[in-house]
Design a protein around this ligand. Sequence first.
Ligand SMILES: [Zn+2]
Length: 279
Amino acid sequence: MNKINPIQDTYFAAVGDVHGEMYLMLAILDKIQSKLNKSISFVLQVGDFEPHRNYADVMTMDAPSKYKKLGEFHHFYTKNYQFPYPIYFIGGNHEPYGFLDRLPPKVTEIASNCYYLGRVGCLELAGLKIVGVSGIYKAKLFDNRPPISQINSRSNSDYIGFTYKEINQAIDYQKTDILLLHEWANNIVAEKDQEILSQYLPRRKYEEIGNEYASYLIEILQPRLVLCGHMHFPYRNSLSFPDGNSCHICCLANVTKGREAMAIFHLSSQGKITEIPIH
Ligand SMILES: [Zn+2]
């Protein structure tokens, strides 16, 4: 079910934080498809997707009350609308974990053409091995996260972090083609770019960039492509591994920023992944 075979050349998209704005995401992707005159085979989404089925789901999301909105996913859940291509997403720090954590621990179709990878998930698409880890680094949750059965008596923020067990589970998947993370890794900003980022981002946000466990995953899994969201800021870099291979780092903005939230990749019949300019 989760396999798309490479027929010839394949194009796929990566999308940053959606925050429930499904129609905006689809409209931007649609414009890009028309401009490039290419069809997207699948979409990889890096968390803060906000797939709320109802208000009860919204109430299990960690966010200030002004951001607790139902959004548009429920139109897709109730089958009034359908995603035109498969969308695969991980969880961010603003998700209805009261819904997502009660799903079986595997890649799960939560609406037609819409798949949640779980807290840690691995799938194969077009011959690419894709690993995703949901959540962000939170020191107090890293050793243990309370069971979801306790969410009503807990703060929703007790569910937004990944645990060391989940990092180890991701490591067990070994060599990976694409790694999906919500929060950036702490070593992905090139020295030459640090000043620009520190000017553009609020000081507190800049100081909080990235976590060491994401860096560790990149080092161990040696992906060819890493996709991140969370900062609502687009950034690209390339990292080199000791064996001479390199990794394309692609951090995406949120969908209200239009194309800055998107990236399109060409997968050649030989399996080479290249980002296509869309701006
Ligand atoms: Zn976000």
